[in-house]
Design a protein around this ligand. Structure first.
Ligand code: HEM
Length: 168
């Protein structure tokens, strides 16, 4: 796993203060987003559909509800950054359901960009350069886990050609 946040898993709690400082930045900044999480989600989707209009048809449900689910999941991940083993299985499950929605690896870049944009708008002057850097690392970590899980899931479910042909 890349980045300092990813190193928490490798070096444990004592050896990597940098990573812990970054996690603290992510956690304390997210606590400021929580009271405005509906607006943050709205900003997020508006930005996502602006930069990647091709993903819009994949969203079929109510967008306010979807925004709440997204923010709740980000909350879980943010809370679990110091205990990655607790959140990795949930991220892997989420990735598998995303394969069924039609999500592809490259879409994670757009989502990351929209997330950083929404945080930037929501936090204004509190979104300092170190806070931004810490969020980029946390998102990269999460999306790396999800992309790897999705790829494994897709490989495991890929039927050989002859089986697909037999099924018609
Ligand atoms: C770190 C990244 C992401 C997180 C935390 C996240 C979170 C979620 C959550 C919690 C849900 C609710 C349903 C479920 O649990 O399966 C969901 C649904 C969904 N997500 Fe994501 N997601 C992420 C990345 C993406 C990406 C890259 C795309 C591609 C555009 C995407 C598209 C969707 C779609 C299409 C749905 C279903 C919407 C519907 O049913 O209308 N997500 N996501």
């Amino acid at each position: 796993m890349r980045g300092r946040i990813g190193q928490v898993r490798k070096f444990g709690k004592v050896g990597c203060l940098d990573a812990y400082e970054q996690i603290n930045l992510v956690q304390s900044s997210f606590s400021k987003v929580k009271p405005i999480s509906d607006q943050a989600a709205e900003l997020f989707y508006a930005r996502l559909f602006e930069i990647a209009p091709q993903v819009k048809p994949m969203f079929k449900g109510d967008m306010v509800e979807q925004g709440r689910k997204l923010m709740a999941m980000i909350h879980t991940v943010v809370n679990g950054l110091k205990n990655l083993d607790d959140i990795v299985p949930a991220a892997q499950n989420l990735a598998r359901s995303h394969v069924d929605y039609g999500v592809q690896s490259e879409h994670y870049t757009y989502v990351g960009e929209a997330l950083i944009y929404a945080l930037e708008q929501g936090l204004a002057e509190d979104f300092t350069q170190p806070v931004k850097q810490a969020w980029i690392e946390a998102y990269t970590l999460l999306s790396d886990v999800m992309i790897a899980a999705a790829e494994q899931f897709e490989m495991a479910n890929k039927k050989p050609l002859w089986k697909r042909l037999l099924k018609g």
